[in-house]
Design a protein around this ligand. Structure first.
Ligand SMILES: Cc1cc2nc3c(=O)[nH]c(=O)nc-3n(C[C@H](O)[C@H](O)[C@H](O)COP(=O)(O)OP(=O)(O)OC[C@H]3O[C@@H](n4cnc5c(N)ncnc54)[C@H](O)[C@@H]3O)c2cc1C
Length: 568
């Protein structure tokens, strides 16, 4: 039995390498290989991937540590590492009196997910959160409230401008009640944060409300709102204290007229004019919200481009779409100073980066969205000698997938460590670090973390941009497909944008997938999955996609990478 499986494995490896290189001419061979792999997977039913073998062996040039790691794990053990096990804990009976296996400081996507997972793995776990509600930045003042306002403002814009041509008249003027919109937003936030409390109870996670700080490597002190203190003894500590908005010299935030994202999520009325300092994800999303609701929005950006690390072709389409929506851009411009004028408006002094030429701008509201920095205030890092980098991020061992700081037994994840400041990245690290603590092998594939901007059109990408692939000297193919040629996008009258794949010229392994268009974030899911499996664009192109769906544009872009799209 073992022998036959092993020989099967080798046969499949050979066949699949061969098959993936000759696919277009011999599809049946590929199907045979796939069938064999499926049969084998049936024996090893713990492992879901049918393409891992194909891909980890076929694109040597693109092999990262992660894929090598995945391959090693894949070949050595099917059941041990990647599979979420939930054995239940002992009920956390002892509460804080009893020594905990792990105390997690911070109840955001990193902290709360880690706490739930730790409990599922049978650990005694306490999560310390200073806010009254769980969910961190993401649920309280980040992802969730911003998406609530993006959804509401999109509906408003649709009602105002998108209905008439379909023969729908909404009757009279479309109006906006900002306080009601905010109430609806808070309803979503409230429901979701309460939901986490419920999950804590269900999984028997001890939840302590208060400010956590490190006493020593086995003791956390919690200061409650009423000033009382409690100490918790623990075997391990995970720091997940997240981030806060970065400050900008010369610009003082009052969260009323000069706001960070937190204030921009709570404006009481639509400003006539708004200046957004920084054209990153948060600035563009919240700028879009208030622009849709009627504000004249100008984005002032220091760099040459908006959207950070985005593929240039996608960026051009995206920025054109935003300009069409009447959002203005002042590129390569620095804000030097913000001053409140007697009439309550804000006067900004701006400077052209190249010429140093100064000028003034006036706005009702200024949004400072120039980035975020790790929040580690009064945590006790210095006292314990925990190392941080130049940007204040806690240094951890990512190479060995332990997320351990230089102090043994103390770990850190999420926005306070290096990497993209994203909720799902924090969650992946949370799962992996507690798996590591319970003696398993946690793993995060940093090469397959999606980025999404929830504007309209949305932008979503994973993996490398064309510029990065070029820079790395890799040989590659590109395939694009416009939503204008996708039947669902056309019938929805929402067809701005495109899907773009970049894959290895020799093996077709996907280097990156980039989408600007309707539902881009949802559409990206299959691309991320393909990359996680080490898949090729042909894997996507040969997968049957429902018709008529936007996802057919993904399939067509994959077809275009290997040759030609059918519908374009
Ligand atoms: C406006 C906005 C929109 C965003 N949209 C998205 C999005 O669409 N998608 C996405 O993936 N990401 C988004 N993000 C980023 C996302 O919110 C963060 O990446 C994510 O919340 C990080 O999770 P975390 O657990 O590391 O930290 P956080 O969510 O910041 O949680 C840390 C928690 O720790 C608590 N804490 C800190 N110090 C202590 C202490 N000493 N004791 C006790 N508690 C403490 C804090 O109160 C906080 O609740 C957005 C952020 C903002 C600001």
């Amino acid at each position: 039995m073992v022998v036959s499986l092993e020989s099967n494995k080798r046969l499949i490896l050979i066949m699949s390498v061969f098959a993936s290189r000759t696919l277009s001419t011999t599809p049946t061979l590929r199907h045979v290989a796939m069938m064999l792999m499926r049969t084998m997977n049936h024996h090893h039913h713990h492992h879901p991937s049918t393409t891992t073998f194909t891909t980890t062996t076929t694109c040597a040039s693109s092999n990262t540590k992660n894929t090598a790691f995945a391959k090693a794990k894949c070949l050595s053990s099917f059941s041990n590492n990647r599979f979420y096990s939930a054995v239940g804990n002992d009920g956390g009976k002892g509460g804080q009196q009893e020594q905990q296996d792990v105390v997690i400081i911070g109840g955001g996507p990193g902290g709360y997910v880690g706490a739930i997972k730790a409990a599922q793995l049978g650990m005694k776990v306490t999560c310390v959160e200073k806010r009254a509600t769980l969910g961190g930045t993401c649920l309280n003042v980040g992802c969730i409230p911003s998406k609530a306002l993006l959804n509401a403002s999109h509906k408003y814009e649709e009602a105002k401008h998108g209905m008439e041509k379909h023969g729908i008249s909404v009757g009279g003027d479309v109006t906006i009640d900002v306080s009601k919109m905010m109430a609806q937003k808070m309803k979503s936030v409230g429901g979701l944060t309460k939901g986490i409390e419920g999950l804590f109870k269900k999984n028997k996670v001890n939840h302590v409300v208060g400010f956590g700080s490190l006493v020593d490597k086995n003791t956390v002190e919690v200061t409650k709102e009423d000033g009382t203190k409690e100490t918790i003894s623990t075997k391990n500590i995970v720091l997940a204290t997240g981030s806060e908005p970065a400050k900008l010299n010369g610009v003082d935030v009052d969260e009323k007229t000069v706001v960070t994202s937190t204030g921009a999520l709570e404006l009481e009325k639509v400003p006539e004019t708004m200046v957004v300092i920084g054209g990153g994800v948060i600035g563009l999303e919240l700028g879009s919200v208030w622009s849709r609701l009627g504000a004249k929005v100008t984005v002032v950006e220091f760099a040459k481009v908006i959207g950070g690390n985005m593929d240039n072709q996608i960026r051009t389409t995206f920025q054109r779409a935003l300009k069409k929506q009447k959002i203005d851009f002042k590129m390569e411009t620095a804000v030097k100073k913000a001053e409140k004028m007697p009439d309550g408006k804000i006067e900004l002094t701006i400077e052209k980066v190249s010429t140093k030429e100064e000028s003034k701008m006036i706005a009702d509201v200024v949004l400072v969205s120039t980035g975020r920095k790790p929040y580690t205030e009064n945590l006790g890092l210095e006292k314990l000698g925990i190392k941080t980098d130049k940007m204040g991020r806690v240094e951890v061992n990512v190479k060995d997938h332990t997320w351990e700081t230089n102090v043994p037994g103390i770990y850190a994840i999420g926005d306070i460590i290096a990497g993209p400041m994203l909720a799902h990245k924090a969650e992946e690290e949370a799962i992996a670090v507690v798996e590591h603590l319970s003696g398993k092998e946690g793993h995060v594939n940093y090469d397959a973390i999606p980025s999404i901007i929830y504007t309209h059109p949305e932008v979503a990408w994973v993996g490398k941009t064309e510029e990065e692939v070029k820079e790395a000297g890799l040989e590659y193919n590109v395939g694009t497909f416009p939503f204008a040629a996708n039947s669902r996008a056309r019938t929805n009258d929402d067809s701005e944008g495109m899907v773009k794949f970049i894959s290895c010229k020799n093996t077709d392994k996907i280097f990156g997938a980039h989408i600007v268009g309707p539902q881009a974030g949802e559409l990206l899911g299959e691309c991320v999955l393909a990359m996680e499996y080490g898949g090729s664009t042909e894997d996507i192109a040969r997968t049957c996609h429902g018709h008529p769906t936007l996802s057919e544009a993904v399939k067509e872009a994959a077809l275009a990478t290997g040759g030609k799209a059918i519908h374009f």
